[in-house]
Design a protein around this ligand. Structure first.
Ligand SMILES: [Zn+2]
Length: 377
């Protein structure tokens, strides 16, 4: 009998301890990545933050700002109708009120052009172009003989970093950010053989050195670097290919870059289980879906399974999920508020957003849908 009482007592103590333990957040990063709005869309975007991001408990907002801000450090790089400091202040205030961490993004290294249009950096500083011999066509088509997807800047140009680091400092300052997203995805032009500085060098080393340079600059002010993960995955061996992984030998950079860089592991067509690869290598990782809700839900399942089965050392490297949107902010919000026919159905971004964050709410034990009856599925 004594034994039974003792056993019962110990179960009771365990129960009390369990109840008093702080809840572990299985989806610590609940992120959303989208382009910064145009000036005349700031008000609606702030409403979206106040109403929707807050409702879904989204706590991380990656904003692709690029040259859509009135930089005072480099006014020559300010895009048309760029956001003012006052516009940014409204976004920052809304996010602060809802505990949302803003991570501004400027695409560095790759994505310096889009289709037939050169980006602002290379427009103003054409000498930074890694492949000046490749002309942008009037009617862009993929594939093309130049293998042109987007232009890159030359990471070994002696003047490029003074400029981009000034932009980083200014944009993280105005957004009051403690992290910066440098993009660095889909870099097809790197170590071009005709580049007098990069030609003949190891592309993995060139990539890793550029990541480390940006990371080191940010660490001077205790800020974190976030990048997309595709260049660090071997596209050939995995079969993942040239978009969501690397076919130009940059993947060995995974063993050369600092471990405190946050990896945004994006997969849009399948739930490729590559987050494990990054976690095994010692990186914190977030998994990023786009517009397929079944993929997004499978990625959430993977996150929970990975965390459940991992060692304590590995578990918290699986940080969470970041839903990405790749149309203009205005288009996304038009579709979100049903102001315009959603053009990319059935695999649409709005449905994916609501399904994913609805599922995360259920995982975290939050009440479901009483305020958002229209979202019920
Ligand atoms: Zn170069």
């Amino acid at each position: 009998m004594k034994k039974i009482i003792l056993l019962a007592c110990s179960f009771f103590v365990c129960f009390l301890v369990f109840c008093q333990s702080p809840a572990v957040d299985e989806v610590a990063v609940r992120g959303f990545a989208i382009a910064a709005p145009a000036r005349d869309g700031v008000g609606r975007f702030v409403n979206f933050i106040n109403e929707e991001l807050a409702f879904y408990r989204i706590n991380t907002l990656i904003l692709r700002v690029d040259y859509n801000y009135r930089y005072t450090s480099h006014p020559e790089l300010v895009g048309e109708s760029a956001l003012s400091a006052t516009d940014v202040e409204q976004i920052v205030k809304a996010c602060r009120e809802h505990g949302i961490r803003i991570i501004p993004q400027i695409n560095l290294l790759g994505h310096q052009s889009w289709a037939g249009t050169v980006g602002k950096l290379l427009e103003v500083y054409p000498e930074f172009d890694e492949t000046p011999h490749v002309n942008l066509p009037e009617n862009y088509e993929w594939p093309n003989p130049d293998g042109l997807y987007c232009k890159s800047y030359c990471p070994l140009h002696p003047e490029v970093h003074d400029i981009v680091f000034a932009l980083i400092d200014e944009i993280t300052g105005v957004f009051e950010a403690d992290a910066f997203h440098a993009g660095m995805d889909e870099v097809f032009y790197i170590g071009d053989e005709k580049c007098p500085r990069c030609g003949g060098r190891d592309k993995a080393v060139l990539y890793a050195e550029e990541v480390a340079r940006i990371r080191d600059h940010l660490s001077l002010s205790a800020k974190e670097l976030w990048i997309w993960g595709d260049r660090l995955i071997d596209g050939k061996t995995t079969g993942i290919g040239m978009w969501e992984a690397s076919m130009n030998n940059t993947h060995r950079a995974i063993d050369m870059i600092p471990k405190d860089v946050m990896i945004c592991d994006w997969h849009y067509e399948r739930a490729d289980p590559t987050a494990v690869y990054f976690a095994v290598k010692g990186f914190n990782v977030v998994t990023c879906p786009w517009r397929k809700e079944d993929v997004a839900v499978a990625q959430l399942d993977q996150l929970l399974t990975n965390r459940k089965n991992a060692t304590p050392e590995m578990r918290d490297r699986f940080r969470g999920l970041v839903h990405t949107v790749w149309t203009g902010t205005e288009n996304f919000l038009d579709a979100y508020y049903s102001e315009k026919e959603n053009e990319d159905k059935p695999d649409d971004q709005v449905t994916c957003f609501k399904t994913l964050f609805g599922a995360i709410r259920r995982v975290r034990g939050e009440e479901t849908g009483t305020k958002r009856i229209r979202d019920r599925r």
